[in-house]
Write a protein that binds this ligand. Sequence first.
Ligand SMILES: Cc1cc2nc3c(=O)[nH]c(=O)nc-3n(C[C@H](O)[C@H](O)[C@H](O)COP(=O)(O)OP(=O)(O)OC[C@H]3O[C@@H](n4cnc5c(N)ncnc54)[C@H](O)[C@@H]3O)c2cc1C
Length: 485
Amino acid sequence: MTDSASSPSAPHAFAQQLRDALGTDIVATSAAEIAPWLTDWRGIYHGDAQAVVRPRTVEQVAHCLRLCSAAGVPVVPRGGNTGLCGGATPEKRNDAHPLGVVLCLDRMNAVRQVDTTSNVLIAEAGCILADLQQAAENANRLLPLSLAAEGSCQLGGNLSTNAGGVNVVRYGMTRELVLGIEAVLPSGEIFEGLRTLRKDNTGYDLKQLLIGAEGTLGIITAASLRLFPRNGVRTVVLAAVDSPQQALELYALVFEQCGQRVQAFEYFTQECVELVLRHVDGLRLPFADAHPGYVLLELADTVDEAALNALVETVIGAALEAALCSDAVVSTTLAQLESMWRLREEISEAQKMDGPHLKHDISVPIEALPAFMESARERVAAALPGARLFVFGHFGDGNLHYNVSRPAGTPADFFARDAQAEHAVTDAVLDEVARCHGSISAEHGIGQLKRHHFQQFKSPLERRLMADIKRVFDPAGIMNPGKLL
Ligand SMILES: Cc1cc2nc3c(=O)[nH]c(=O)nc-3n(C[C@H](O)[C@H](O)[C@H](O)COP(=O)(O)OP(=O)(O)OC[C@H]3O[C@@H](n4cnc5c(N)ncnc54)[C@H](O)[C@@H]3O)c2cc1C
């Protein structure tokens, strides 16, 4: 049990026990060593911990969890810390639990196998996503999971948040890419589910419970992932649209004519472009005039560049003729393709530089997107006159980052000072999501940020079943308390 009487500089008794069991290079206990692990990516959440554990092996993870279970000490799993809901940040010191430990997977970063016959990659949870993409590419295969945080986020975090990203429209969310999982349960038992089978109908699919569980059921230590043929040929089109309805009709045309070649169908507004151009050097909008919105369409194929180019020409020609977009630019070089993508991918960073925004990562059925955007805009304007909208996201999946910023001229901490305004805006957005039968968290998860809304919008039956599952995996309740449930 923790030693609350310890002086700030002396390790807690339990932290010392962990250190004795696992070694000083695995367990850090001094305030200076622990400090960098206590804040989330956006700097919104700050917590406390008595130790940071950075194991190198599954056995060390198991040993740590056995000790934590026996002592009732909370464990907060941590990957690359790019999560946007405070899931990897420990709670503040409180009376409900002893002070917890942060368990970082960053040293478990081996690619165990790349098999180009069964098209499977097996890797440990601490691997950085971009490194795994590279490992797949080195074997002439594609790992299609891709998001703007891929240079920092880790496989364990991707699985635990069931990350989405820009290629979901073609390949699905993370859970659709996973064939097997190795995990350590809070009891210290190792769940050896690292299978590579495409077909395995032998009852409940337990690995799927761990995916998207945000570290509340156990620690994911490795996974086997599906690989795909590499898309040697890629083209990006930036299309200017006058309205979300136009974007929706463009999507229908593109999907019908290009089918599986649609790799990404992203949307962002002119306000997002202005924000990016204000904060990020070296980018420009490749149109003479500004337009209300933009679609970034990526098409990709394994071979036949000429056929892909011809297809793009036909589809964009048809779209312009049918007035499904007002202008369009097709990338002709890799540099152009990349800078078009940066206009979309730098939006989150530009928002961070602009100061706190109210972020709503929502989804609605794709056909409801235009109506949702219209009614949510009206509701937000009524809730907070002058509020600025920054709307962008994975339109082809029905997923928008519906972000709201303070009125122009107000201080950066406007929402922190005016909780009423914050609640009014968020309630307006989420009510519209519910009215459109959508989800209050499309891809970022619940973490600490959306627990309240999870209670509000998830049905009582679903919440009860989830609480029952939590009790089966984690009867002592040590896994990531204060998150999700
Ligand atoms: C610029 C930017 C762009 C982003 N774009 C997208 C996007 O397009 N799509 C998207 O889905 N997300 C996006 N995100 C959010 C984030 O990158 C993802 O949620 C990512 O999957 C988190 O991975 P991570 O390793 O950083 O996890 P962390 O932030 O470290 O942790 C996230 C959650 O997983 C748990 N966890 C971490 N590792 C493990 C483990 N091994 N076992 C059990 N639990 C674990 C943590 O406790 C926490 O609850 C973006 C973030 C940023 C900063």
